[in-house]
Design a protein around this ligand. Structure first.
Ligand code: UD1
Ligand code: CA
Length: 461
């Protein structure tokens, strides 16, 4: 964290090559919108009240992301170029002294440590501006770094404005710069849209600052992956892959076992405790928080899932917006959704679905059940084939099952209904009335055996 640094993230453009109805920076990589990723990186570099985002295209939606992250948006009503976008920040930013890092909303792989290093280089070289550069094979579309014979930076020329000899240059502008804030605000009004695109280019500040007698330095970085800018969905997929690979490495270094890590997909915001084992093809997304010593089986999908220590999700299960207390187990082939909650040591087995249902400690439903809108106590046994009929075609109703109840197999519980503590439901019952505590409820037709019965036409023996 650098106390005298501010970060301005440019995210006002549309991103036409995404061929999307949504602004480019709202597309996600690593489970996070690009703009959110840029903000999270910035927050590791500068204090929260010194991080700003320029919004323009689909401003309201982008602003919502920005404000949800707790930083400030600056509105650029017309997209007149990166220099213009920075000018729009003058009101809020020109009072902040120190260093201003200008970065972009579509460059999600840039590391916080690289931005910190940029700010340090700017300071130690006493530069008016320092720009991150790298060497690429194909520089088409990028601004080129023009240096003199001594290697000093002279200017940045945009691809569209470059002379043929300048187009040969393979050192490119990342679009990420750190300025001496005072000098930037003093000279930014000198930018002119005198280029083929009629845009205000931030990159022209390099020549302007040099002409004003200050120094401009370049920080060339070897890992050009970090600078991957997202322009289309192929690059978006590549950034997503790299971010997730980084996440998985980070988790393994922190003590999580991940089998076949290249097959696993984990969002950047997910937390996983030590000694948890994640099986192949698992997907753990959203704001999932997984405790220690858990097991996440192969091909399971966990979204916004919370797992206490020692919880187990067997293979091919889905757990979304739901919680397992410690040592609870689900699956294989189970589905928990919409705020399902399992108490400590509860077990949910194969082909069981829980929706908006809480289950107390030690309760079991091992096979083939639908438990919706239910409150189930502890030490309950829910037999195979039990169905809560929670929907009457208009409204949803609750089923309440108190502690210690035994629900026999293939029971149908028509909500709203309550089963009292330690009651016993006979298998195959259709229950539509309250069952008092410790009662046996039999709600099925009695078996009739007809002695000596024979099918029509069968010969007497
Ligand atoms: C920019 C640089 C180029 C560099 C390249 C790296 C300039 C003039 N050019 O070009 O030297 O090699 O990035 O990827 O800076 N934006 C706004 N408002 C605007 C225009 C842009 O907020 O009016 C935002 C965009 O949303 C984007 C960022 O600024 O996040 C960069 O704009 P973009 O149009 O992508 O610039 P490039 O042409 O890629
Ligand atoms: Ca770009």
């Amino acid at each position: 964290m650098i106390d005298d640094a501010a970060v301005l993230i440019l995210a006002g453009g549309q991103g036409t090559r995404m061929k999307s109805r949504r602004a480019k920076v709202l597309h996600s990589a690593g489970g996070k919108p690009l703009v959110r990723q840029a903000i999270d990186t910035a927050l590791q570099v500068a204090p929260k009240d010194r991080v700003f985002v320029v919004v323009g295209y689909q401003a309201d939606q982008v602003r919502a992301e920005v404000e949800a992250a707790g930083v400030q948006a600056i509105h650029q009503t017309e997209q007149l170029g990166t220099g213009h976008a920075v000018m729009c920040g003058a009101d809020k930013l020109s009072r902040l002294n120190g260093r201003l890092i200008v970065t972009v909303g579509d460059c999600p792989l840039i590391r916080a440590s690289t931005l910190q290093q940029l700010a340090e280089t700017q300071k130690s070289t006493h530069a008016g501006a320092t720009v991150i550069t790298t060497i690429v094979e194909d520089a088409a579309g990028y601004g080129r770094i023009v240096r003199d014979g001594g290697g000093n930076v002279l200017e940045i020329v945009e691809h569209k404005a470059a002379r043929p000899d300048q187009l040969e240059i393979r050192e490119i502008n990342s679009g990420i710069l750190c300025f001496d804030a005072e000098l930037l605000w003093k000279h930014i009004h000198q930018l002119r849209p005198d280029n083929p695109a009629h845009e205000y280019y931030l990159t022209d500040m390099v020549a302007i600052l040099l002409a004003a007698g200050s120094k401009v330095t370049a920080m060339r970085i070897p890992d050009q992956n970090e600078l991957l800018g997202i322009n289309n969905r192929i690059e978006l997929a590549e950034a997503d892959r790299i971010l997730r690979a980084r996440k998985v490495r980070e988790l393994m270094i922190e003590g999580v076992t991940i089998e076949k890590p290249e097959t696993v997909s984990i969002d950047l915001d997910v937390q996983i405790g030590t000694d948890t084992i994640v099986g192949p093809f698992a997907q753990i997304t959203g704001r999932s928080v997984i405790g220690q010593d858990c097991r996440i089986g192969a091909s399971s999908l966990l979204h916004n899932a919370t797992l206490g220590d020692g919880a187990v999700v067997f293979p091919f299960s889905m757990v979304s917006d739901s919680k397992l207390e410690e040592r609870a187990e689900v699956g294989p082939f189970a589905r928990l959704r919409m705020n399902a909650q399992l108490g400590a040591g509860a077990h949910v087995g194969n082909f069981v679905e829980l929706k908006n249902t809480t289950m107390g400690a030690g309760t079991k439903s091992m096979h083939l059940a639908y438990l919706g809108d239910s409150t189930i106590g502890s030490k309950v046994n829910v037999g195979a084939g039990t169905i809560t009929c929670n929907y009457d075609g208009h409204r949803k109703h609750r089923t309440t099952i108190q502690n210690g109840v035994f629900v026999g197999s293939n029971s149908t519980l028509i909500a709203p209904v309550e089963i009292g503590e330690a009651a016993y439901i006979a298998a195959g019952s259709v229950i539509n009335q309250k069952v008092p505590p410790s009662n046996l409820a039999l709600a099925r037709s009695r078996q009739v055996n007809k002695e000596g019965w024979k099918r029509k036409g069968e010969a007497e023996s």
